[in-house]
Design a protein around this ligand. Structure first.
Ligand code: ISE
Length: 357
């Protein structure tokens, strides 16, 4: 009898279909047995390629007797119910971000899992598995940069659908930097500020693309994140951490560098997240499968998922209010305090020109 982990995949859009392919062709020790999507034709197409069964009801898929673990890649608003069903069955679960779409339901999941006494929920923050991020995290943890003081992130996508409003950019794109920063610096984010500048003409009316998001962490370190999802150029994700003993940079996108006899030099840009993070996703899935078989997780936890939801919620509030918003994650009965700072009255500069004789 095979000891493959039998996985149900919920949601087979771009990401879910990518995971089904990885679990079936690149990851050892797993088999996709059940596929679910609200688009039944899509589910049938993906399931057909790997010999899986289609189950039209996601909760029935979670409870299917031929399922040992669940991978959730459905839309964010479906996660709360699906993750809770996985916890009710006590089954290992890899949930794509966001864990849920609001702070209290994310925190309820943290508490429910704690009550079960074992870690079952892993959140799909794949950057933790990217070899460059992992090397940077180790460098910082080993003290190689001394105390980190500043972190500068750039997150650019070549193009994106019109449903990517400014708020969605915070919840769906900036959420990656939120987790990456917590992972790299090993501390919580305590405030968020969003600066909106001139928008690119390809952004829909009213959408602030690009934006500059500024975080502070518990130790007072500052993090800047340029989020720009309609550059028209390439998939670019870069991070520089500046510490007391030096700085380190990842995401240089070197690829093949060519110098030719016609006097030109250059390389090839990275077109999408698949080329940039494909390997990270595969490593993430392999480690999740191995951990699930051992009855644990190996990656971002439910707490990490909750922290990311809370910081993004503060980010959305910062975007709406135009002021810095403080975040304080809670245990106990209070979920998280997310408070906007009092707006400053500003200063009135003296009119020096008018005062000139
Ligand atoms: C998308 O959901 C991702 O996960 C990509 O990695 C990110 O670059 C993009 O901005 C997100 O919207």
């Amino acid at each position: 009898m095979s000891d493959d982990l039998r996985v149900a995949v919920l949601g087979v859009g771009v990401m879910g279909a990518f995971h089904v392919d990885a679990l079936s062709n690149r990851v050892r020790g797993a088999k996709v047995t059940v596929v679910n999507d609200f688009l039944t034709d899509k589910a049938a197409e993906v399931a057909g390629k790997v010999g899986a069964r289609v189950e039209a009801d996601p909760i029935a898929a979670v409870n299917d007797p031929e399922v040992d673990a669940v991978l959730i890649a459905s839309s964010g608003d479906a996660h709360q119910e699906q993750v809770n069903a996985c916890l009710d069955r006590g089954i290992p679960t890899l949930c794509e971000k966001p864990l849920t779409t609001d702070v209290s339901s994310a925190y309820a999941i943290v508490r429910k899992e704690r009550a079960l006494g074992k870690q079952l929920i892993q959140v799909g923050f794949m950057r933790r598995f990217d070899p460059e991020y992992a090397a940077l995290q180790k460098l910082i943890a080993d003290g190689g940069l001394g105390k980190p003081l500043m972190t500068h992130c750039v997150h650019r996508n070549p193009a994106i659908g019109d449903h990517f409003t400014s708020e969605f950019m915070i919840r769906d794109s900036v959420v990656h930097e939120v987790d990456a920063v917590r992972f790299l610096l090993a501390e919580e984010i305590t405030s968020v500020e969003v600066i909106k500048g001139a928008a690119t003409s390809s952004a829909p009316h009213g959408v602030h693309d690009p934006m500059l998001v500024i975080f502070e962490t518990e130790s007072g370190a500052i993090v800047t994140d340029e989020i720009f999802v309609r550059t028209g150029v390439a998939y670019e994700v870069r991070t520089e951490v500046v510490g007391e003993k030096g700085s380190a940079f990842i995401g240089l996108d070197q690829n093949l560098q060519l110098r030719s006899t016609d006097g030109r030099w250059g390389g090839k840009i990275t077109p999408s997240f698949v080329e940039r993070f494909g390997l990270a996703y595969d490593i993430e899935l392999q480690r999740w499968v191995d951990a699930a078989k051992a009855g644990t997780i190996d990656g971002a936890s439910a707490w990490d998922g909750y922290a990311a939801v809370a910081v993004c919620e503060a980010g959305v509030l910062a975007l709406r209010s135009g002021v810095k918003v403080h975040v304080h994650l809670m245990g106990g009965s209070t979920v998280a305090s997310i408070e906007p700072e009092e707006p400053h009255a500003g200063i009135q500069a003296p009119d020096l020109e008018g005062a000139w004789p």
